[in-house]
Design a protein around this ligand. Structure first.
Ligand SMILES: C[S@@+](CC[C@H](N)C(=O)[O-])C[C@H]1O[C@@H](n2cnc3c(N)ncnc32)[C@H](O)[C@@H]1O
Length: 209
């Protein structure tokens, strides 16, 4: 595991050592009740706000897939900034119940982001993926799926934990999509992520061809 500050939160430490979607569901079903307080209040988590603000600059409305929706923090941030219809997918049913309860999602569905999604090509105007392309979670292979389900002219907006952006192959996966002509890389800049810890992310924005 990369050397990343997880503070004293046992759920976050365990989350960086997950072994797939089933493992994720077990952990996050357990964490769902206190997740928002733990991560937002105690760790200063701003990933959802950072990603939603960027998407709102690029497209103030649209139909969005929130991949790894969790408790719905991204949906809430999008609703504050624009006029979006948001669907959520995630491995954890209990996290998704929380997301649905925010009132910011049209529908939610349990799905494994490490395999092909049960979603048609070009079904969405944009895909957001925040806090999920991270240590022990979902690897770079998911990026091609996000591109597949986004329409031409749409955007993929994803946070990637900065310490693993290059070493765990996310940068190479983006480069491959660019070389293949599927996307243009708009940016992959470093942004605040957990402000009460010294942890940053890359905010990757892909323009789908
Ligand atoms: C740190 S949370 C981020 C949730 C939300 N996007 C946010 O920013 O608060 C990571 C989410 O990824 C989900 N997850 C982990 N592995 C997954 C997988 N293989 N497929 C689908 N979801 C997964 C977890 O269930 C969890 O809800």
């Amino acid at each position: 595991m990369a050397d990343i500050d997880t503070g004293s939160n046992p759920f976050l430490r365990r989350s960086y050592e997950l072994a797939g979607a089933e493992d994720a569901a077990v952990l996050y079903d357990e964490w769902a009740e206190t997740y928002d307080a733990d991560i937002v209040e105690s760790m200063g988590y701003v990933g959802p706000a950072v990603a939603a603000a960027r998407l709102a600059e690029l497209a103030p409305s649209g139909v969005v897939l929130d991949a790894g929706a969790g408790t719905g923090l991204v949906g809430v941030e999008l609703a504050a900034r624009g006029s979006y219809t948001v669907d959520g997918v995630d491995a954890s049913p209990v996290m998704l119940e929380k997301a649905m309860a925010t009132g910011c999602y049209r529908r939610v569905e349990v799905a494994d982001l490490t395999v092909r999604l049960p979603i048609d090509d070009a079904a969405y105007d944009a895909v957001t993926c925040v806090g999920t392309l991270t240590e022990g979670h979902v690897g770079p292979e998911a990026l091609a799926e996000f591109v597949r389900v986004t329409r031409s002219g749409g955007h993929v907006v994803a946070t990637i934990l900065d310490p693993i952006w290059e070493p765990k192959g996310y940068q190479a996966a983006v480069d491959a999509l660019v070389e293949d002509g599927q996307v243009a890389l708009r940016e992959a800049d470093e942004h605040p992520y957990r402000t009460l810890q010294d942890v940053t992310c890359r905010l990757v924005v892909l323009d789908v061809r």
